[in-house]
Ligand binder design. Structure first.
Ligand code: NDP
Length: 495
């Protein structure tokens, strides 16, 4: 028998392509049983605590502090001392050394951080490994570069630090949001009290170890964990000069009301309901990849997720067909498996919110599609979902779902696309798919969104400012613009 025939007989082509498990090892991470708050460079024992879990297994991971008003007060006191006693007077080049060190340590320990991020937050390891960690380190590198160049960045304006920054971050990109906030604050000479989200405190707590390794002076960064009450105590503390908040529009509005008339600076990065617009001249297969990345990346727990897909009518059917076919290849499951595309929903509460909004879509008359996939029994899971036959007025086309749920709508002309895309209270991001450069520019000028991606989606870079219009908030993070909220200017033109 010929060699070729024998090979054929012994290795028939499999009918069903399934992946063998490829789990990332957890051994690289050591989680303590119990964590206090990190105040003045020391761990301070907590008086109140709660358990933080893994959303993919519901397994308790550690006991962490439920920060009280007294804990927040101690952290703000430590940050004030550190600001007054050295940090704000340090030269920019000295501050830069610490930031460069932090960036390098994050790179060195990236595997450890990535595993912990996926364990505590539920996102696929390939995302925390390839997106969250490299970007977090890149933010520290980028702002380290600005620390000694502020006079050149803002010529003739004599930039000075604002003071103590209170920073409140959400659970969708725990370490990356920390980096977005801490790096520019330190580069500008401020000190920080940061509150991570209730469900995802562990990478922020591991970051305290990085701060010690980098020998950052005590009190420059303080971390107090806890729920919304801890965040509220930070917002209300008189010793805080600036609040930087990322989270829901509802809490953002409440914070803005609390701060009105106090003179405290505020930046808000809130929700979104981004339009991803596909014209009939675009490369359809490439667009499908962008659509999938736009809404199923990080289980759709992304403020700038492309959750409303607008498709030009002439390609509506082929595009939806391709999209559905692509969905059947998404692998949902264990976040620590290197093959996983869609991980666990971050919390039981978020799962409930997604489920109820999806039910509203069905009740209002939209057509639902979910690919066949077996979801694990334990943990919080939601299958990738596409809604067609969606009207602009449906809740699934109006409200931020913050889950792996896409609403597909159609348009005929570019004007109609602009009008429909802008018909939302939000304005964080948008995507345009077309092969015509002139159309990209025409659309970008008309979209009321802080970021407009062309023939791509969900691309982030520390050099590029990010932030919203309308109910998506105000202020920019990233780039040169991201320095301004952390500076006051002697020329009187505060940003
Ligand atoms: P929140 O806005 O409540 O959470 C963001 C952060 O603010 C968390 O650290 C939170 O603490 C804290 N916080 C909560 N209440 C207060 C308060 N009164 N004062 C100060 N800080 C506070 O978002 P949720 O986690 O409740 O998510 C709800 C919805 O918000 C999601 O379904 C999603 O639609 C949207 N969201 C949007 C985000 C975005 O980036 N645009 C990010 C996260 C959520 P704690 O963790 O205890 O709640």
């Amino acid at each position: 028998m010929a060699e070729l025939d024998r090979t054929k007989r012994h290795a028939p082509a499999p009918k069903d392509w399934t992946y063998a498990p490829a789990p990332e090892s957890r051994d690289v991470v050591r989680i303590a049983e119990r964590y206090g708050n990190f105040v003045g460079g020391e761990w301070v024992e907590a008086s109140e605590t709660y358990a933080t879990i893994s959303p993919s297994s519901e397994e308790p991971l550690a006991t962490v502090a439920q920060g009280t008003e007294a804990d927040v007060d101690a952290a703000v006191g430590a940050a004030r001392d550190a600001f007054a006693n050295g940090w704000s007077e340090l030269s920019g080049s000295e501050r830069a050394k610490y930031l460069f060190r932090i960036a390098r340590i994050l790179q060195e320990r990236s595997r450890e951080f990535a595993v912990l991020e996926s364990l505590n937050g539920g996102k696929p390891i390939k995302e925390s490994r390839d997106v969250d960690l490299p970007l977090a380190a890149a933010h520290f590198f980028y702002y380290a570069g600005w620390a000694d160049k502020l006079e050149y960045a803002f010529p003739n304006r004599r930039p000075r630090p604002v003071g103590v920054a209170g920073q409140i971050i959400p659970w969708n990109f725990p370490l990356l949001m920390l980096a977005w906030k801490v790096a520019p604050a330190l580069a500008c000479g401020n000190t920080v009290v940061l509150k991570p989200a209730e469900t995802t405190p562990l990478t922020a707590l591991l970051f305290c170890d990085v701060l010690r390794q980098a020998e950052l002076p005590a009190g420059v960064v303080n971390i107090v964990t806890g729920d919304g009450r801890t965040g509220a105590a930070l917002v209300e503390h008189d010793g805080v000069d600036k609040i930087a908040f990322t989270g829901s529009t509802e809490v953002g509005k409440a914070i803005q009301r609390r701060l009105a008339g106090t003179g405290k600076r505020l930046t808000l990065e809130l929700g979104g309901k981004a339009a991803n617009i596909v014209f009939d001249d675009s490369a359809l297969d490439q667009a499908v990849e962008g659509i999938v990345n736009g809404i199923y990346f990080n289980q759709g727990h992304v403020c700038c997720a492309g959750s409303r897909l607008f498709v030009q009518e002439s390609i509506y059917e082929p595009l939806v067909e391709k999209l559905k076919r692509r969905l059947t290849t998404l692998r949902v499951g264990d976040p620590l498996d290197k093959n996983t595309d869609v991980g666990a929903i971050n919390s039981a509460m978020q799962l409930e919110k997604i489920s109820s909004l999806v039910q509203s879509g069905v009740d209002e008359g939209a057509e639902i599609y979910q690919p066949p996939c077996r979801l694990p029994e334990k943990g919080y899971w939601f299958a990738p979902t596409v809604f067609t036959n969606v009207a602009q007025s449906y809740r699934i086309a109006q409200e931020e779902i913050f889950g792996p749920v896409l609403s597909v709508l159609a348009f005929r002309t570019p004007d109609e696309a602009v009008e429909k895309a802008n018909n939302t209270p939000y304005g964080l991001s948008a995507g345009v798919w077309t092969e015509k450069g002139s159309r990209i520019l025409w659309m970008a000028q008309r979209m009321r969104a802080g970021v407009v991606w062309a023939n791509t989606f969900n691309r982030f870079d520390p050099t590029s400012p990010f932030g919203g219009y309308k109910e998506s908030g105000f202020g920019r993070e990233g780039g040169l613009h991201g320095l301004e909220p952390y500076l006051r200017f002697d020329d009187g033109n505060e940003s």
